[in-house]
Ligand binder design. Structure first.
Ligand SMILES: Cc1cc2nc3c(=O)[nH]c(=O)nc-3n(C[C@H](O)[C@H](O)[C@H](O)COP(=O)(O)O)c2cc1C
Length: 332
């Protein structure tokens, strides 16, 4: 029986080369633990959580499983205290997004943990490895959420693998089933980093209506834009095309600050506070109001996400399909 195993699996302590990509506040302890317990690697997002919540959530994952997980930090929000808290809790993998993590690498290595960085080109991958990064995540342009580079996964992954091998490369963007995982393993990646697929899991902390929109979306349903910039400006992202995007297009794509309905509240959080039009926030389960006008992050892979499943079932299916796809490719 062939096994889906790469050297990175042993290095990170996962049975399968399947990573639940960090998906902001949607990835809480329940999702991370479910993936880890099923043999994948869970990624807990800690960028916007205070230190006590970081400690609490890392402990919660540990209570639920002894499987493999890491934490993710988007650079730009003063991560030092969160890094210290996670190291003190024994976290052994830190993934960084949206910038240069060089100033944190020494501390994390001294603390006994590994560093991953998301890149969008072979050149960035080479620089990252020279700076001490242990695992390179190559993120393609088709990815959901914020998108760092401009190259699609299929050409990006082999370029990055050739640039930094034998440093392990993880492929992100457009992988939502076992066929996608098999494809990126063939490109030389040592695991797949799946965001949109796990967004449509039962455990993801987003509004059920948002999950349904992701499941209903075709592969043509997303746009790459900088529109939802309230709280995180000039940062390209991929979202489901919605009425807010279409109205802005019809208005001639005006600049930030002079768009239709700028500053207008369109939804409310559970605590009653307001969410403005063009905010970076996505609909979490507590949000009410115009959910469809918010940032509905999703990748082009939404087109092949067809049901909302428990995360463990997603891991199981993706692994089984990948084995089948690899066997079918070598038979034909
Ligand atoms: C809802 C959502 C939120 C995301 N938040 C983060 C984040 O906080 N940190 C990060 O490194 N990447 C984030 N990403 C990007 C993912 O980690 C990953 O690169 C991407 O989802 C891969 O493409 P896919 O959606 O086609 O699987 C997010 C993606 C989505 C869909």
């Amino acid at each position: 029986m062939p096994q889906l195993k790469t050297p990175l699996c042993d290095r990170l302590g996962m049975a399968l080369p399947i990573v639940q990509a960090p998906i902001g506040s949607a990835a809480g302890p329940a999702l991370v633990a479910a993936v880890a317990a099923a043999g994948g690697l869970g990624m807990l997002s800690i960028t916007w959580k205070d230190v006590s919540r970081v400690r609490q959530e890392v402990r919660r994952v540990r209570e639920l499983t002894d499987g493999a997980f890491g934490v993710n930090i988007v650079l730009g929000w003063e991560p030092e205290e969160r890094i210290e808290a996670a190291l003190a809790e024994g976290v052994r993998l830190f993934s960084f997004f949206w910038g240069d993590p060089a100033s944190h690498i020494g501390r994390i290595h001294d603390g006994g943990a590994l560093v991953a960085l998301t890149v969008g080109s072979a050149r960035e991958a080479r620089q990252a490895v020279e700076a001490g990064v242990d695992v390179v995540v190559a993120q393609g342009w088709e990815s959901g959420g914020h998108v760092w580079g401009g190259v699609a996964t299929l050409p990006l992954v082999p370029a990055v693998v050739d640039a930094v091998g034998p440093t392990p490369v993880v492929a992100a963007g457009g992988i939502a089933d076992g066929r996608g995982l098999a494809a990126v393993l063939c490109l030389g990646a040592q695991a797949g980093w799946l965001g949109t697929r796990f967004l449509a899991s039962q455990e993801a902390l987003v509004h059920p209506q948002y999950k349904r929109w992701v499941v209903e979306a075709l592969e043509t349903a997303t746009v790459h834009t900088e529109l939802f910039d309230g709280g995180w400006p000039e940062a390209p992202h991929r979202v489901l095309e919605n009425e807010v995007f279409r109205t802005w297009e019809k208005a001639g794509r005006p600049d930030s600050g002079s768009r239709p309905g700028e500053g207008q509240p369109i939804a409310k959080r559970g605590d009653g506070s307001l969410i403005e039009k063009y905010s970076v926030e996505m609909p979490t389960p507590d949000v009410t109001g115009d959910l469809g006008g918010m940032a509905l992050y999703a990748g082009q892979s939404a087109g092949i996400v067809r049901e909302i499943l428990p995360a463990a079932e997603i891991v199981r299916r993706v692994a089984a399909e990948a084995l089948e796809a690899l066997a079918a490719a070598s038979r034909s």
